[in-house]
Every structure is written in structure tokens, then in C-alpha cells.
Design a protein around this ligand. Structure first.
Ligand SMILES: [Fe+2]
Ligand SMILES: [Fe+2]
Length: 199
């Protein structure tokens, strides 16, 4: 009996392509390409980072009400910020469905995708590469200027410094617009501040 070939980003892409619109697939392709670049630049596990990037937006196009319904059906804890903006649930639901429907079994990939909206204090370097690539892929940096700085920091300093710059920019925007901040955005930012301070 032959053992199944390990899941790669290419085989996962093939499996996902049937259910994703070309626009979303194009975003994912750009994120995979930039993740690859960042992972190489920082000497990381490129195959692992690419797999995280390939899977990250599996259910990004599922309508908000449906995401909320899927989260409720699974009895996931739902934060009030997520209830008001159910699109934020596409990370957790995507991670769960990748495991169930696409045989994505690596817990590092699962955790990275679950938390890809705000990052996580326990993120691996590869997860940070995927996170940053998702935020600063070319079509996004064109639309929101602060992202150009995040992109620069990711290559010139570190992925964690870039993640902090990103969360800072989002926080400034939230304060300016009077919108709620997700608790995990604060936890992750506090962690990155502490790491930067070396404490
Ligand atoms: Fe996403
Ligand atoms: Fe994305």
C-alpha cells in the first residue's frame, strides 16, 4: 500500500479552485507569491508558509449571515465584534473546513488560518509571513497607504515589527472612526510590543 503524498499548496489550490471565484483565487495567488518571498527573505519553512497562505481565505466569500450560522451551528464562542461583522469568522470557519473537507491536518496551518485576521501571540514565523502577505499584497497597498510602510518594514526589519505597524495603523483607524477593536487585536499587539521591548 502506498502512503498518500503530503499535501502541498499546489494540490490544495487545485482542490479549492472548484469552489472559489476567480477574483478570490487571484488574491490567494498573490498572497502565496508574497508569502513565498517573505519566507525566503527571512529563512523560513517556505512550503509550510505557502500552505498557510493557500488555505487562508477558503470561505472568505461566504455571505456574513451564513458564516454566523455556521459558527453558531458549531457552537463557537462568538465575540460581539464578530457578531456585528461576521466576515471576521471566515478565519475560524475556514480552518475547520480545511481540516474536515480538504484534509489539512497540520495544527500549525490550522492555527495560522484560524487567526489570520488579527494574528496571535503564539504565531509561528511562517504564520507571520502569511499574515503580512495577506495584508500587503499589491492590490491592498494600492488602496490604503499605511500598508506601504508595513510592506517595507516586513523586508527591512522583521515580520513581527511589520505586524505591529499594521495593528497600530488599524487601531488608529478604529479610534478615528469610533469603531470597536477586537480583543485578539489588542492581545496580539500587546504581545508584539512586549517582544519588541525584549521583556
Ligand atoms: Fe482573510
Ligand atoms: Fe486574504
Amino acid at each position: 500500500m502506498s502512503t498518500p503524498a503530503p499535501l502541498t499548496d499546489a494540490t490544495l489550490r487545485e482542490a479549492m479552485a472548484a469552489e472559489l471565484a476567480p477574483r478570490l483565487l487571484a488574491h490567494i495567488d498573490r498572497v502565496v507569491a508574497l508569502t513565498d518571498e517573505l519566507a525566503r527573505h527571512h529563512g523560513l519553512d517556505v512550503a509550510l508558509a505557502r500552505l498557510m497562505a493557500q488555505g487562508h481565505d477558503l470561505v472568505r466569500a461566504v455571505p456574513p449571515a451564513e458564516l454566523l450560522a455556521r459558527a453558531e451551528a458549531r457552537r463557537l464562542p462568538i465575540d460581539i465584534v464578530e457578531r456585528e461583522a461576521p466576515v471576521l469568522l471566515h478565519g475560524p470557519i475556514g480552518a475547520l473546513e480545511l481540516r474536515e473537507r480538504f484534509a489539512v491536518s497540520d495544527p500549525r496551518v490550522f492555527e495560522a488560518i484560524w487567526h489570520h485576521t488579527w494574528g496571535h501571540p503564539d504565531y509561528t514565523p511562517e504564520a507571520w509571513a502569511m499574515f503580512i502577505a495577506d495584508k500587503v499584497e499589491p492590490s491592498k497597498t494600492r488602496k490604503w497607504k499605511p500598508l506601504q510602510r508595513v510592506h517595507r518594514i516586513a523586508f527591512e526589519q522583521s515580520l513581527e515589527a511589520a505586524a505591529l505597524a499594521y495593528l497600530d495603523a488599524r487601531l488608529k483607524e478604529a479610534v478615528r472612526d469610533g469603531i470597536a477593536v477586537h480583543p485578539l487585536a489588542t492581545l496580539t499587539r500587546n504581545h508584539l510590543l512586549r517582544t519588541r521591548a525584549g521583556t
